[in-house]
Design a protein around this ligand. Structure first.
Ligand SMILES: [Mn+2]
Length: 426
């Protein structure tokens, strides 16, 4: 890659490389980002971010190693662009929702003289505006490069400042933007907090740098019929891809766990007898999680229920959908992993998250089975937590319900104990 080919028009220290990573790489990066522990996110007023590589300090960086996936992509950016004086050692991963942006700012002394931005998920327009402190470039230095006059900075209404003009760059998903030196020091950069952003004025759109000699396949473009002044403009609509992914990725980890636990639960049946609860010991990396399995005839479940299955009480009238002759009820107790798989910011879990999932028992060596729906035609399934204590701070206990589709539902409970339960489709 010859980075010089990617100079953005008249700004020689801004480089835009379209399609720098493939869709598969983008997918993998997003997966890695959203699989990071929830504690890795720092939530700010208008966005959240992950900090990798250590703590940026007044006196420099208290360095920490990157995880391999981040090491790999930063190493590639560094070696291919040849614009970095040394290896990339710090990364901020900012997540913006469609109506979130960032005020015009500079990245500060720690990252001087060059930064790279890899865009994932959604397009966005980044605006560069001359920093009010830049000196007028015209005729202010003599032949020895000494400043001979320092005209008062004049920040004109159109944002032009001497030779410095505002400009915008469209950052498409998978693109790489690098800016350095003058673009770093003389400009601020920012993102408007609007869902629709002017696309046709972006400098890399105008000069065709947006993609490598092709018309970009952009599905979220909108022509906004304009007034007589601008004659209409083309906008991009920012998408929620990254949030959707964050949601699906949280589900992914919880759902992936469901499927792992199903496999282990099924393996607990050696010579299975109907109606007996089989506890399954899990490998060390799942220490703290409890799983058990119970195989039943559908008719027996419906007519007799199961008086006690761990914390669950299953009354008569419970049936599965779609129908199968025999089914397996898999019990989960997520123990100290509860808030990892089912984080609920702003709440404290008073009890572990429990699960009761039903599967077709036809093939006990099956994996990746999809769950059956469990329906209650008479009384609901009940859950009994024997050792839950209310908190002394006057907060009221509630019950929360995590659906397989990622939904979260709250109920006020006035029962003896509060229930925090992962209960699917009852
Ligand atoms: Mn920045």
């Amino acid at each position: 890659m010859a980075i010089e080919e990617f100079v953005v028009d008249s700004v020689p220290t801004v480089f835009y490389v379209p399609d720098y990573v493939s869709e598969a790489e983008e997918e993998q990066l997003l997966k890695n980002i959203y699989n990071a522990p929830i504690s890795k996110w720092k939530t700010l007023k208008n966005r959240r971010l992950q900090n990798w590589g250590g703590v940026v300090h007044d006196k420099g960086l208290l360095a920490q190693c990157f995880p391999p996936w981040l090491e790999q992509v930063t190493h590639r950016i560094c070696t291919e662009s040849r614009l970095f004086p040394s290896a990339i050692n710090h990364v901020l991963i900012n997540e913006y929702l469609p109506d979130q942006g960032i005020m015009p700012h500079q990245d500060g002394p720690a990252y001087v003289p060059v930064v790279a931005i890899l865009s994932l998920g959604s397009p966005v327009i980044m605006n560069f505006t001359p920093h009010p402190s830049v000196k007028d470039a015209g005729g202010t230095t003599d032949s020895n490069n000494n400043t001979v006059s320092e005209p008062e900075p004049m920040y004109m209404s159109n944002g032009v400042f001497g030779e410095h003009r505002p400009f915008s760059v469209a950052l498409m998903p998978r693109s790489l933007l690098i800016f350095k030196d003058a673009a770093y020091l003389d400009y601020m950069h920012g993102i408007e907090d609007s869902e629709l952003q002017r696309y046709d004025v972006a400098i890399n759109v105008k000069n065709g740098l947006l993609v490598n000699g092709q018309i970009p396949a952009i599905t979220n473009l909108e022509i906004v019929s304009g007034n007589s002044e601008n004659g209409g403009s083309t906008n991009i609509r920012r998408t929620v891809v990254s949030t959707a992914r964050s949601q699906s990725s949280r589900e992914f980890s919880a759902r992936a766990l469901d499927s792992v636990l199903q496999e282990y639960a099924f393996k607990s049946f050696v010579r299975p007898r109907t109606g007996i609860v089989y506890d399954r010991k899990l490998p060390a990396n799942f220490t703290g999680i409890g799983v058990a399995a119970l195989r039943l005839r559908s008719g027996s479940l419906r007519r007799r229920g199961v008086r006690v299955f761990k914390e669950f009480g299953i009354p008569i009238g419970i049936f599965e959908q779609p129908y199968c002759e025999r089914l397996v009820l898999v019990y989960h107790n997520l123990g100290n992993w509860s808030s990892v798989y089912y984080p609920l910011p702003g709440y404290t879990l008073l009890a572990p998250v429990l699960g009761l999932l039903a599967y077709d028992a036809n093939d006990l060596s099956a994996s990746s089975l999809s769950e059956l729906d469990i329906r209650a035609s008479e009384d609901p399934i009940s859950i009994n937590f024997p050792n839950v204590q209310s908190r002394a701070d006057g907060s009221s206990p509630m019950c929360v319900n995590f659906g397989l589709d990622g939904s979260v539902g709250f109920d006020n409970f006035h029962l003896l104990t509060s229930h925090f339960v992962k209960l699917h489709s009852v």
